[in-house]
Design a protein around this ligand. Structure first.
Ligand SMILES: *[C@@H]1O[C@H](CO)[C@@H](O)[C@H](O)[C@H]1NC(C)=O
Ligand SMILES: *[C@@H]1O[C@H](CO)[C@@H](O)[C@H](O)[C@H]1NC(C)=O
Ligand SMILES: *[C@@H]1O[C@H](CO)[C@@H](O)[C@H](O)[C@H]1NC(C)=O
Ligand SMILES: *[C@@H]1O[C@H](CO)[C@@H](O)[C@H](O)[C@H]1NC(C)=O
Ligand SMILES: *[C@@H]1O[C@H](CO)[C@@H](O)[C@H](O)[C@H]1NC(C)=O
Ligand SMILES: *[C@@H]1O[C@H](CO)[C@@H](O)[C@H](O)[C@H]1NC(C)=O
Ligand SMILES: *[C@@H]1O[C@H](CO)[C@@H](O)[C@H](O)[C@H]1NC(C)=O
Length: 433
């Protein structure tokens, strides 16, 4: 969990009066420059936080100070400057920012170039022909999120095992990660082995693996391998994790998630102990309560098993579902069907992201001994009603027919097209790694 250290107040630092002067100057220039209109409205908006943020920046390192002076010069020069900081997981709130569109923003792969994307996420192959959703970039307000660099990612993974553990959205993220890096690896230096619940992509020359381990509730359930369609028949063992967790212990970087499976009903059949006694003795719990118990089971496992000097642990927050178009003011719409633009409204938050669940995550992690880094994707993904697989997906192993595609009810507004939004999740993840 990345808690922000309290910001050092203005009074604690020697006031760099020069910067203030420069800011005032800059403001005058802004107001009176003939080229006023050439400043985008964005740059003017960005002006406000510029001065205070520069001054209150805590613990400026020497190299940063030099940079600030350089920035200062440019300000006097009245050329456009980007005042955001380099990414720092503890300093930068990635959830605060905006999606910026540009045709020059291009995905690193396509669902044709990358052979590892399953049907469910390969929207273009499945007939999606609007492409705007691929040309948006997430720009945090406070910092510059570095572009995803495949070579750098592989270097960081050299000699290591990276494993994504969780549900189908985690598989969405895993496939995105594999595709983001695989194109720089020669054909004979990579392999993919897909198994029932544990799939492994190997980058041989880096002696690295990028793995996916299916565990939709993280804890055990009767629906782990053979999925039970009817949520009412699913039973969760809220205190049992060891059966599969023993396969996670040799991993260097673990990324967990769990959310949507808990939301398929408001009550969850929860069992303690073992299925050895059959499926009897469960209790029906409110889904948030069951979620909390399960997450605590996971937290206990992490705290008692993980050596934070050897293993890094990440947790991807809930991926929003967009099943209620009224949430974003499209009264005539059906789910995310036909949406081709992100929501513009700042801080948009729909009914597909449960704040109670988020609170559970925050609370449980606060009490953990091992520091877990949160990849907080919920807010940024909330805006992206346009990024889902929608009707460009499959059902029961078969592509939707033209006719089925015309029916908005068939839209999958849970999973995401690849390339697409999960690439940004991984961009954040890599920046934190
Ligand atoms: C502004 O800075 C650029 C280099 O950063 C320089 O080439 C240019 O001459 C400067 N303009 C003025 C008016 O100082
Ligand atoms: C995109 O697909 C829709 C149907 O899914 C079709 O009506 C439209 O003509 C296509 N547009 C282009 C540019 O191919
Ligand atoms: C490859 O990585 C594994 C850990 O994933 C390590 O145990 C092994 O020694 C490495 N092999 C080489 C040749 O570096
Ligand atoms: C889990 O680990 C056990 C040995 O500890 C192994 O036999 C089993 O195949 C592993 N399962 C998976 C799915 O990797
Ligand atoms: C991790 O490393 C630190 C400093 O090197 C050490 O004090 C600590 O005991 C180590 N923790 C574990 C669990 O090995
Ligand atoms: C979906 O969009 C297409 C093309 O923009 C339009 O022809 C169609 O009427 C829309 N369908 C619905 C249900 O809004
Ligand atoms: C994730 O970000 C949201 C704001 O978008 C915040 O409310 C929430 O507490 C964060 N979650 C965690 C676990 O840090």
């Amino acid at each position: 969990m990345m808690m922000k250290p309290p910001r050092v107040g203005i009074v604690k630092l020697p006031l760099p009066i020069i910067i203030i002067t420069v800011c005032v100057l800059f403001f005058m220039v802004l107001l009176y420059a003939e080229k006023f209109s050439s400043f985008s409205s964005m740059s003017i908006l960005k002006f406000k936080p510029f001065c205070p943020r520069k001054i209150t920046k805590p613990k400026p390192r020497d190299d940063k100070r030099v940079k600030e002076e350089e920035v200062g010069k440019e300000v006097v020069n009245s050329s456009w400057i980007d005042d955001r900081f380099e990414f720092d997981a503890e300093e930068c709130n990635v959830a605060k920012g905006k999606w910026v569109f540009s045709h020059s923003i291009k995905p690193l792969y396509s669902d044709i170039s990358c052979p590892y994307i399953e049907r469910q996420f390969s929207c273009v192959k499945n007939g999606r022909n609007d492409t705007d959703y691929m040309h948006w970039e997430w720009q945090p307000d406070d910092c510059i999120l570095p572009r995803f660099n495949a070579e750098l990612a592989l270097k960081k993974l050299q000699g290591k095992r990276l494993m994504f553990v969780g549900d189908s959205l985690q598989r969405n993220q895993w496939e995105s990660f594999v595709c983001l890096v695989e194109w720089v690896i020669p054909q004979d230096q990579k392999s993919m082995e897909r198994r029932n619940i544990h799939s492994v992509f190997t980058a041989m020359q880096y002696n690295a693996t990028i793995e996916f381990y299916w565990a939709p509730y993280i804890v055990e359930s009767n629906s782990d391998v053979d999925i039970i369609g009817d949520p009412k028949k699913r039973i969760i063992k809220v205190d049992a994790i060891m059966d599969r967790a023993k396969n996670w212990t040799q991993v260097d970087i673990l990324v967990f998630n769990t959310y949507v499976w808990w939301m398929s009903s408001s009550k969850i059949k929860s069992l303690w102990g073992s299925f050895a006694n059959g499926e009897k003795g469960y209790e029906e719990l409110d889904n948030r309560i069951a979620y909390k118990l399960a997450l605590k089971t996971w937290a206990n496992w992490v705290d008692s098993t993980i050596n934070p000097n050897k293993t890094r642990v990440f947790f991807t927050t809930m991926s929003p579902t967009h099943s209620r178009s009224q949430d974003w003011g499209n009264m005539e719409g059906v789910k995310c069907f036909n949406e081709t633009k992100p929501v513009r409204k700042k801080d948009h938050w729909g009914t597909g992201s449960d704040k109670g669940i988020m609170n559970v995550v925050t609370k449980v992690m606060k009490k953990m001994k091992v520091q877990v880094s949160v990849i907080n994707i919920t807010q940024i993904s909330e805006y992206r009603i346009d990024g889902h697989s929608s009707v460009y997906t499959e059902t029961g192993g078969k592509l939707l027919t033209e006719e089925e595609r015309a029916n908005p009810q068939n839209a999958d507004c849970i999973h995401w097209c690849l390339p697409g939004i999960p690439d940004t999740w991984n961009q954040i993840f890599l920046a934190m790694l």
